[in-house]
Design a protein. Sequence first.
Length: 647
Amino acid sequence: MTLSIDIETYSSTDLVKTNVYKYVEAEDFDVLLIGLRYDDGPVRVIDTHDKTPLLGLRQLMADLVDPTVVKTAYNAQFEIVCLSRYFNLVLDPAQWRCTMAGAARLGLPFGLDKVAEVLGLGTKKDTRGRALIKYFSVPCKPTAINGGRVRNLPHHAPDKWDQFIEYCRKDVEVETAIKKIISFYDVPGFERPMFALDQAINSRGVLVDLVLVRAAIKINDAYTERMIAEAVKITGLANPNSVAQLRGWLERQTGDQVEDLRKENIPAMIAAAGEWNVRRVLQIRQLISKSSIKKYYAMLNGASADGRVRGLFQYYGANRTGRWAGRQVQMQNLIKNSMPDLDLARALVRAGDLDTLELVYGSVPGVLSQLIRTAFVPSEGKVLLVSDFSAIEARVIAWLAGEEWRLGVFRGGGKIYEASAATMFFVPLEEVTREMRAKGKIAELALGYQGGVGALLKMGALAMGLVEDELPGIVERWRSANKRIVGLWQRAENAARSAVADPGRVVVCGRVAYQVRQDILFCRLPSGRELAYMRPRVEAGKFGYAQVTYEGMNQTTKKWGRSAAYGGLLVENMTQAIARDILAEKIKICEAADLFVTFHVHDEIVVEAPKNFNLNIMDEIMARPVPWAEGLPLAAESFKTNYYKKD
């Protein structure tokens, strides 16, 4: 039996600024409506404020813990956490299926209404829902007209409440319609446990050093106030943090037009500034505009009563590759720490010593940015065990392409940047200079997925000291040294095109295979998982040759549209997806060994462990061959720490 569920809730905690785990901790948290559908039966909405549905609630509570009843919901994490809290039940995520995750597996967008639109459902999400949610699900502003109340209840607007019930009913209908359409896709056995494990990791969360977080916020506020005061003294402006006011002042001082004041443009403006006052004001602007400081606020807002931040990851957040996406604190883009004396910096911040911090380090915002990672700490008596794959994408792409010289480097424990430089410049490994290594590194980072000069520039080649005129030569040398990878781009594109031209036919491309089913181009990975490209077509490309296009979310515009599936993109997708599957395998092994994962970031796993834990065990787990990836050499480096950092 399948039970489809959609709920409407209330809490004074802002769900947008926090997470569902903290949302349900509010004393006034309430489940208002529960929409239910058993199999293909009628949709029923339980109004929990009505005293008559007691029998229905008892049956629901029994079904929520019954392993023979499969529960489904769109963004099931919300229903699992909210219903667990409301009914005081321990709900097993393994008994649930997330329709949003199912849609993401097929390359569909995340929003329920967006998926319904893309699938062309006759049953569409009720667009009145946002206004109804604002009325019933969040606190209202007390006024004389509403009698000073802070919450709207059903009897305050019976007509709206009836509409809210209908809205809940419609959401169940839309969710079940989506589920029916995508039901042809069978999740492989390898992937089945991952949603439940993801929920366990999200629910476990990671402890945050709230003393550090609060002190960092206080120091940043004081420092910002100090800097603005200095800018006011220099400029005479009422608010030098105002873009309009500051732009006008700069134009008056320099006589030049100022196009914008985005942070990436400030360094060049500082370098070009002639007058000290202009240079100093721009420096102040640069110092107080670090957006990374906002992560401290995200931690503070997201921390539960026990000091742990939960719900940091979105399962299948990158719906093309299946990689996890970050939520709230965004663990995937934390600033890397390069300071050698993190202990001292943390101690000064925790003590609230702004003056000494500025005296020792100069850039206070820079220090605070580098300390963001260190706000994540282990439970008392434990350490964080950080284990980082070594060049996982470079290993996977070499394995996919059969680039043996690269695989030989990895099997020998060698360094790929030096080896790549040696191959590019036809010199022995021991003769690779520092300059050659830099070129090898930038080439490795930028060129594996059919990137060219533009990719090198985007990766920061000029900032590394390279000259633009030499970039075409670096591209040519790297491609010449990696002919099998270059060939894989073309083979992947040819295989995808052949599969689209002949739906149903399986076209093998080395270790992956392409096939069109249900008007979706699937790429079957070695793990058995499949990547999906919606509504593929073979069309004339920009240069006149036939190319595969598909529908999906454009990463630049964030809108649904048609994109080209060129060889480099296909190889990037399969490489990152396989690396993700390897990470998933290792997470499963860790959890089975009672090494409980607190978080993970692309190629890194972080667990809480006893202080005397043997690091060799973790290294062995990470390097252990994956059954479906025979011949792929894996390696990782692990270390223990009292706070999260890059070693």
